[in-house]
Design a protein. Structure first.
Length: 136
């Protein structure tokens, strides 16, 4: 599953430092095209590259991968990037291996659902399935 937020953050941070994709690709010892794929969500950097980039840009790994950094089009001269609480929790779909980002509200609902009896879970699951099918 492509991480569009990561791609946007990589592009934003590179532009803030007035670097080219070629500059970054040389730092990471990869081709310019491979780095371009990071910024277009066609590929995801490996962990070593992510750690290097987070250190280079002086942001934490969560901020780089999930954080909502300002758009380069909206902010011409941002001197620093303030860390902010990320409004999502990363989860993995066991069946597909895809990343799933849950809001605090969604996480709270799932946590409460797990405490219910089997019967109540079936009622709620039935309600959700009926409403998803009908488009309500």
């Amino acid at each position: 599953m492509p991480n569009i937020q990561l791609a946007n953050n990589l592009r934003y941070l590179r532009k803030q430092k007035n670097l080219t994709q070629k500059d970054l690709s040389e730092m990471l010892n990869i081709s310019r095209q491979a780095y371009s794929n990071y910024e277009t969500s066609k590929r995801t950097p490996d962990l070593d590259s992510l750690l290097y980039l987070a250190g280079f840009y002086n942001v934490n790994l969560d901020g780089l991968v999930l954080g909502c950094l300002p758009s380069p089009d909206l902010t011409a001269a941002a001197g620093s990037i303030a860390e902010q609480k990320i409004p999502y929790t990363l989860s993995i779909d066991k069946n597909t291996g895809n990343s799933i980002y849950l809001t605090e509200e969604e996480l709270d609902i799932i946590t409460k659902l797990r405490t219910l009896s089997r019967e109540h879970k079936q009622i709620i699951t039935g309600f959700i399935n009926d409403n998803v099918k009908s488009g309500a």
